[in-house]
Write a protein that binds this ligand. Structure first.
Ligand code: ARG
Length: 457
């Protein structure tokens, strides 16, 4: 492509370090879309003849079907996807192919392709997130009133409903969804026509190509257009946070599905056995979702490092922007699919969760609150009285409901029989109706609100 100035071809090592067709071929579809928009604009502006334009367009159409049918000859000799397409176009239609690159450079071309590619991944990611959120809503609805232990420090703290726990993840994934869509808004401007770095002397119409490619507008500065990669970084940052959220749910599934917890059972479709221990059913998918987070974090740090300290405008460093983004996107797609499948399939052992929730004096806070509410005792004193009652019960080997009224009154004489109404875990969760609280009534209302929100978007 630059033979005019060069007497010799590249050294083998030079070719090996320079070549990107091995990975940027994944942007073939976007490259063809960009070229099609560009050539139509060149024709509309009278920059190439109608005959050349239609030859180029039909050649691009042939290439599109060659790629779709796996017949396209991807060749390392042509370095990257842009030159592979152009070289093939020349083979197919001859000299007119050379007019496609008028008023364009690979610098704005690659920036355009990559934006389109990341945009497609964002859209696909949002669809997958919706499916995962819906799977969580189904579980939340079915188990709105099923009580489980809520933990702090991984120690039983207060009873919560399983539905409320599921909805916590719906909230997290909902914000991830928002982050992706927010990144999409800033991403959605067209670099095409910025050319190498300075714009072009041809009277092109960047608004037309932007519109044809579904961008909101052309980028306003040619230097920025060819050297900005923050769109990919924002995608990776959103992806990294999402992967972190996935890993937290994965970890809970690993814990919940142990025989010791036994809160959930994974389906055979999403677990594996052991080759030596016949009794085992392992949550491999959850463990892998937890582990694959590292790839996504790595991609973010990797690209930040590639971009750090790069002066304007394009530098070949930027060719290193793609592989890790591709890998992060693949990882995310697989992890989201696995998580949606696991959540959709898993069955909940409501009895075991209820029994676990009832152990460990989980309603101690309810008792303290009762002392405050009914006897007007300051919370700090109520906390102290409750602590003594817990100690008493512990000594007897019973839980709080196992104490008699007489026992209770030995610590605080004003306690009445009424207190036993707040000591069950079901009463505890039912009472937590404050906004955002765990009560079954709240869970049902939030599920409905989520469904309405998802139906709108
Ligand atoms: N393969 C290159 C990349 O991915 C395309 C842009 C090359 N531009 C250049 N001036 N060498 O970044």
């Amino acid at each position: 492509m630059w033979g005019g100035r060069f007497a010799a071809g590249p050294d083998e090592v030079m070719a090996a370090i320079n070549v990107s067709i091995g990975f940027d071929r994944r942007m073939a579809k976007q490259d063809l879309e960009g070229s099609l928009a560009h050539v139509r604009m060149l024709e509309a502006k009278g920059l190439i003849s109608a005959a050349d334009s239609s030859a180029i367009q039909s050649g691009l159409g042939t290439i599109e079907s060659e790629i779709r049918e796996g017949r396209f000859p991807f060749r390392e000799a042509y370095e990257d996807i842009h030159m592979n397409v152009e070289a093939r176009l020349a083979e197919l239609i001859g000299a007119a192919a050379g007019r496609l690159h008028t008023a364009r450079s690979r610098n704005d071309q690659v920036a355009t392709d990559f934006r389109l590619w990341v945009r497609d991944e964002i859209d696909a990611g949002v669809v997958q997130l919706d499916a995962l959120i819906r799977a969580l809503l189904d579980k939340a609805e079915a188990h709105a009133a099923d009580v489980m232990p809520g933990f702090t420090h991984m120690q039983s703290a207060q009873p919560v409903t399983f539905g409320h726990h599921c909805l916590a993840y719906a909230e997290m994934f909902g914000r991830d969804r928002g982050r992706l869509l927010d990144a999409r808004k800033r991403l959605n401007e067209s670099p095409l026509g910025a050319a190498a770095l300075a714009g072009t002397s041809f009277p092109i119409d960047r608004h037309a190509t932007a519109k044809a490619l579904g961008f909101d507008q052309p980028m306003r500065n040619s230097l920025d257009a060819v050297s900005a990669r923050d769109f990919a970084l924002e995608y990776l940052a959103a992806a990294a946070i999402l992967a972190m959220h996935l890993s937290r749910l994965a970890e809970e599934i690993v814990v919940w599905s142990t025989p010791q917890f036994g809160f959930v059972r994974l389906s055979d479709r999403f677990s594996t056995g052991s080759s030596i221990m016949p009794q085992k059913k392992n949550p491999d998918a959850a463990e892998l979702v937890r582990a694959k987070t590292g790839r996504v974090f790595g991609a973010l740090i990797g690209l930040l490092t590639v971009m750090k300290g790069l002066s304007l405008a394009y530098a070949k460093d930027m060719q290193e922007d793609k592989e890790t983004v591709f890998s992060a996107a693949d990882t995310l797609a697989l992890s989201l699919a696995a998580m949606a499948g696991m959540v959709g399939d898993m069955t909940i052992d409501a009895q075991r969760m209820h029994a676990a929730a009832s152990a460990g004096f989980a309603t101690a806070t309810d008792l303290a609150d009762w002392l405050v509410r009914t006897l007007n005792i300051p919370f700090r004193d109520a906390h102290h009285i409750t602590g003594r009652l817990v100690k008493l019960a512990e000594g007897r080997g019973v839980d709080l409901t196992g104490l008699t009224l007489h026992d209770m009154q030995s610590v605080e004489p004003r306690i009445t029989n009424d207190v036993f109404g707040v000591l069950t875990v079901d009463a505890s969760v039912a009472s937590r109706t404050s906004f955002g609280g765990t009560a079954p009534a709240n869970v049902k209302r939030e599920v409905a609100a989520w469904r309405a929100r998802l139906a709108q978007s």
